[in-house]
Design a protein. Structure first.
Length: 279
């Protein structure tokens, strides 16, 4: 029986110690849930925990095949700082290792449901009437990217979150690097007639960016007492997130196993004498 590839969870580097710590905790928890599978994770830049260290540890344990799941909500990467660029360096460093890539996570329907849960929690939880949502505008706040294509993914998630969920509208803003910022996004919501606004972070984990978003929302609300502003929580290390990561892993692990079997079948067909039964 062939050993399945290791699961390597790859995140974009951050100087935010709290976000990096939450990433580490999630990787450890996922590894504990799957003790028969080699699991490691790291970040693309040399911040703790480095991706290079995670690869080196597994290689030291005898792992040669890696199924990489980017812990990212967007398929758009910086060409020099993304997961693919970091893994290209690891492939050069470990010539016997092979890497296959899974799909990014968002906006998967399960994560959209988690966002919906965070919205309901921010509105007070419990049973809510349709009118509660009809009177609520959501400001979905992404991290922000220097790449327009990355920011467009936040707009895509906003549209998917709005469809069929009964909110008055879903607008977008960014924590940094892109416009509009949170105050400008709140201004737009009011211009569109919003009276109750939920500021919803489109982040997997909390940290400095979340605190900055909350502070900006609170400062804006103090200057605009006519509007009700509520801040929601991040998605967090939910069961849905763990299941989604494992689904992405199984997609590429299954592909590599089928490819191996196809190669073996092709080799057997080309060299039948090598695979004949010995009687």
């Amino acid at each position: 029986m062939t050993t399945p590839p290791a699961l390597l969870i790859a995140g974009i580097g951050t100087r935010d110690a709290r976000r990096a710590g939450a990433f580490q905790d999630f990787v450890r928890e996922l590894g504990a849930r799957h003790p028969d599978l080699p699991v490691a994770g790291g970040l693309t830049r040399p911040d703790a925990p480095p991706l290079a260290d995670a690869v080196a540890r597994l290689v030291g344990e005898g792992v040669t095949r890696f199924a990489v799941v980017p812990l990212s909500l967007s398929p758009v990467e910086h060409p020099r700082e993304g997961v693919a660029a970091a893994l290209a360096q690891e492939a050069e460093r470990h010539a016997d290792a092979s890497f296959v890539f899974g799909r990014p996570l968002g906006p998967d329907p399960r994560l959209l449901r988690v966002l919906e849960q965070r919205l309901d929690e921010a509105l007070g939880g419990g049973r809510r009437s349709p009118s509660d949502r009809a009177q609520t505008t959501v400001l979905l706040v992404g991290d922000g990217s220097p790449l327009p294509e990355g920011n467009a993914e936040v707009h895509r998630a906003a549209r998917l979150l709005w469809e069929g969920r009964g909110f008055a509208g879903v607008e977008t803003a960014f924590a940094s690097l892109a416009a509009p910022d949170v105050p400008s996004g709140l201004d737009r919501c009011v211009r569109l007639g919003a009276q109750r606004i939920v500021v919803l972070p489109y982040f997997l984990f909390g940290g400095d960016a979340l605190e900055r978003v909350r502070q900006q929302a609170e400062g804006w609300a103090l200057a605009h007492p006519e509007a009700e502003v509520v801040s929601a929580d991040v998605m967090g290390p939910t069961v849905e997130l763990a299941e989604l990561v494992m689904e992405r892993y199984e997609e590429v692990a299954g592909v590599t196993e089928r490819a191996r079997l196809d190669d073996e079948a092709a080799h057997a067909h080309a060299h039948p004498d090598l695979h004949a039964d010995v009687r």
